[in-house]
Design a protein around this ligand. Structure first.
Ligand code: NAD
Length: 444
C-alpha cells in the first residue's frame, strides 16, 4: 500500500497490506486476549487509558505531523483534532464507572435484582479517514473500557496514524492482544467481515455501511453504523448580526475542507435576509486562508462533476468552481446559488468544499426542503427566536439539532444518525453501553 501525501501528491511510505491468513491470526490473538483483558478490573483499565490520554499530549507534535502528512489537513487542524480526541477520552474516563458498574435495581421479597454488563468479546472497528482519531476513539476507547478486545482497521488513507495509536496504546499498558491494528483497504475489510467477531462498528459511507450490515446480518451481533450526511442549515429572517451568522456558516461548510460527516452541506436562507447573507457569506469564503488538501485524489473529479452538473442545470457560481493546478489534490472553496434539489450538489453527499445556497419564502418551505433527503445526521437553524428555531428543528428528522451553531460534536451527547446516516449511537452514556451486553442477576 502506497501512502501518499495529498498536499503534494508525493509518496511518503509504502507498507504491506495484511494478508487474509494474517488477519485470521490477528483475530485468533484478539479472541485469546479476551479472557485476560476482561479480567483486568475496570479501575485498572481506566488507569491504562488515562496514560493514553497523557500519551496523546506527550506525542502531540509527532502525531499531528503524521496525520497531516497522510490526510492533508493543515497542521493546526490536526492539533485541534488531537485536543478534541483527548476531551472525548476524558469523558469516557470520567463516566464509564457510573454506567458500567453493577446496579442493584430492586429487592423483591428476599431476592436481590441487579443489572450488570458483560463485554461483547472481540469488537471489529472499521474506520474512516476524515477525523481518524476522533471517530476511532468513539469506538475503541469505550470498547476497551467495557472489557472487549478490539480489531481496529484504520482507513487505508489514515494507516500511519492508526499504527501510531496502536503503538501508544501498547506502550500505555493495553495488552498486545487487546488492541490490534489491521492494515489494508476494502479487501482486508472483507476478511474482517468473514470472521466471527462479536460486534461490528463502522464509520464511513452509507454505501459501505449498508453493505457491511447485510454482510454480517446472519451473525446476529451488534452493528453500529456512523455514516454520511447531507446536513441542512436554515437562516431565518430573524437574525441579529448576519455577518456573524455568515462567518459561522462558512466555518461549518469549509472546516476540514468540508470533509466532515456533520459539515453543513446545504444552506437555505429566508428571502428577507438572502442578499445580505450572500454578500457576507461570499466575502467570508473568499477570505478563507489555509484550506488543506482533498484527502482522496479521486474525489477532486467528483467535486468538479457536482459543480458542473449544477451549472449545467442553471446554478450560478459565485466563487471557486475549478480544480486547482497546484501539485497534490486541491479544490477551491466554492459557492453556488440558484440551486435546486434536481442538482447533485443538493441531493448527494458532497464531502468537500462546495456549497449550494437556496432562497426560501417561509419556515414551511425550509422544513420541507431540509427533510428532502435520505440522510438524517444533523440540522441547524439560526434565529434570535430560539423557540422558533427549536420548533422548526423538531419537524426535521435528524439525530442532532443545532440552534445558532453547527458542525460541533459533544462527548456528552449521543452521536447518532437516522436513515442513511446510520444506526445506533456513539458518545454519551449510550456510547458507553453500546459495547456491552446486559446481564440480569436474581440473587436469593
Ligand atoms: P468508506 O465507506 O469508503 O470507507 C470506510 C472504511 O470502510 C475504510 O476503512 C474502508 O477501507 C472500509 N471498507 C471499504 N469497503 C469495504 C468492504 N467492502 N468491506 C469492509 N470494509 C470496507 O468511507 P470513507 O471515505 O473512509 O469515509 C467517508 C464517509 O464517512 C463519508 O460518507 C462521511 O460522512 C462518513 N463519516 C461519518 C461519520 C459519522 O460519525 N457519522 C464520521 C466520519 C465519516
Amino acid at each position: 500500500m502506497k501512502i501518499i501525501n495529498p498536499s503534494n501528491g508525493k509518496m511518503i511510505d509504502e507498507i504491506n497490506d495484511d494478508t487474509v491468513p494474517l488477519v485470521q491470526e490477528k483475530y485468533q490473538r484478539a479472541r485469546r486476549g479476551t479472557s485476560e483483558w476482561k479480567g483486568v478490573p475496570l479501575k485498572e483499565r481506566l488507569v491504562i487509558l488515562k496514560k493514553f490520554h497523557q500519551a496523546l499530549e506527550d506525542h502531540r507534535d509527532e502525531l499531528a505531523a503524521t496525520l497531516t502528512s497522510e490526510v492533508g489537513k493543515p497542521l493546526q487542524e490536526s492539533i485541534n483534532e488531537i485536543n478534541g480526541a483527548r476531551a472525548r477520552l476524558q469523558y469516557f474516563l470520567d463516566h464509564s464507572e457510573t454506567w458500567l458498574g453493577e446496579n442493584k435495581v430492586r429487592t423483591d421479597g428476599n431476592t436481590q435484582e441487579s443489572l450488570c454488563f458483560d463485554p461483547l468479546g472481540v469488537v471489529c472497528n472499521i474506520s474512516a479517514w476524515n477525523y481518524p482519531l476522533l471517530v476511532g476513539i468513539n469506538v475503541y476507547v469505550p470498547a476497551l473500557l467495557g472489557g472487549n478486545t478490539v480489531l481496529y482497521k484504520p482507513s487505508e488513507y489514515a494507516t500511519l496514524t492508526g499504527l501510531m495509536v496502536e503503538r501508544l496504546l501498547h506502550t500505555c499498558g493495553v495488552p498486545q492482544d487487546a488492541f490490534i491494528a489491521v492494515v489494508g483497504a476494502a479487501a482486508v475489510g472483507e476478511a474482517l467481515l468473514d470472521l466471527p467477531c462479536d460486534g461490528y462498528f463502522f464509520t464511513g459511507s452509507f454505501k459501505t455501511g449498508q453493505y457491511i450490515a447485510k454482510r454480517v446480518a446472519d451473525k446476529l451481533v451488534p452493528v453500529g453504523l456512523e455514516l454520511g450526511g447531507k446536513d441542512p442549515l436554515y437562516v431565518t429572517d430573524e437574525v441579529e448580526d448576519i455577518s456573524l451568522v455568515a462567518a459561522a456558516v462558512a466555518e461549518g461548510c469549509f472546516y476540514n475542507n468540508g470533509q466532515s460527516c456533520c459539515a453543513v452541506e446545504r444552506v437555505y436562507v429566508h428571502e428577507k435576509v438572502y442578499q445580505h447573507f450572500i454578500d457576507a457569506f461570499v466575502s467570508e469564503v473568499k477570505g478563507l486562508t489555509e484550506q488543506g488538501a482533498i484527502t482522496r485524489s479521486v474525489h477532486v473529479n467528483f467535486l468538479q462533476e457536482q459543480v458542473d452538473d449544477a451549472i449545467a442545470k442553471g446554478a450560478k457560481l459565485l466563487c471557486g468552481g475549478k480544480v486547482s493546478d497546484k501539485p497534490g489534490f486541491h479544490y477551491p472553496a466554492t459557492v453556488l446559488t440558484h440551486v435546486d434539489h434536481s442538482m447533485r450538489v443538493m441531493s448527494e453527499e458532497t464531502f468537500g468544499p462546495v456549497i449550494g445556497v437556496m432562497k426560501v419564502k417561509s419556515d414551511e418551505e425550509a422544513i420541507k426542503l431540509m427533510n428532502d433527503t435520505e440522510y438524517g445526521l444533523t440540522a441547524a437553524v439560526y434565529s434570535s427566536d430560539r423557540a422558533r428555531a427549536r420548533a422548526i428543528l423538531e419537524l426535521v428528522n435528524s439525530g442532532t439539532s443545532y440552534i445558532n451553531c453547527c458542525d460541533r460534536v459533544s462527548p456528552y451527547l449521543p452521536w447518532s444518525g437516522r436513515g442513511h446516516s446510520g444506526l445506533g449511537s456513539t458518545l454519551s452514556y449510550l456510547g458507553i453501553l453500546a459495547f456491552v451486553r446486559p446481564r440480569g442477576i436474581h440473587l436469593r
